[in-house]
Design a binder for this molecule. Sequence first.
Ligand code: NAD
Length: 248
Amino acid sequence: MTNLSGKTALVTGASRGIGRASALALARLGAQVLVHYGRGRAEAEAVVTEIRNSGGRAQAIAADLAAPEGPHALAKEVRAIVGERLDILVSNAGISRPGIIEETTLADFDDLFAVNVRAPFFLVQQLLPILKSGSSIVLVSSLAAHASVGHLSAYAATKGAIDTLVRHLAAALGERGIRVNAVAPGVVETDMSSFARTDAGRDFALGMQALKRIAQPDDIGDVVAFLGSDQARWINGDSVRVDGGSKL
Ligand code: NAD
């Protein structure tokens, strides 16, 4: 049995969707979880309450990761809470701005890269002093990084950057005993992919998947928790497809 008791974890964007499911999965395995949120304070507090009601330890923590100093501020707060050791960092917070190439604005492009790439990079940088040997970093990539799905070229480029970061961070941090991986979900029914709640969206998603149901956040959260655990101790530098067999 995987056991994360005694371990500390930070999950960004944990107020809802895949981040929430990841926080709950880590807490189920015994980790103390810092539930980061941007704007959804009430939702984040609800996640904390759910974890505490099941006997776990959790705390909500706010930071705007679109702001240049957001990751630095978050890392400072995390260090004030957990002290000298963070075992699991799940950098999940992200945004998507679907749109055809002609309609994508400079602001869209910059916002996407700020939240989806700059923030994870500097969060890792700022937390490095407390990520020790045995720690695990899990980033969130996407099916869109390696397959053309929908009108997502700018968003997809941010996830391609995450796949690149995974390999370079893993190579750089391996000698410190820190593992770095990503999960690459396909379509998951969350607020970000709310189209999956429509008939047309559902048909689109199922049309490219081998398994014929729409993924739920828990389908991803369980894999995130696994990658964070010592059970995954020999998985490193990989973006693990968690997409029910999409675009095979
Ligand atoms: P979601 O929109 O439900 O959740 C995103 C989370 O990120 C929210 O908690 C939100 O508050 C947080 N966030 C966004 N901008 C922020 C900011 N500026 N500061 C702080 N927090 C911020 O989406 P989701 O589907 O749960 O997405 C989670 C991750 O999974 C993202 O990185 C996304 O790109 C990735 N992903 C999602 C899907 C999908 O189909 N849903 C597929 C592949 C990858």
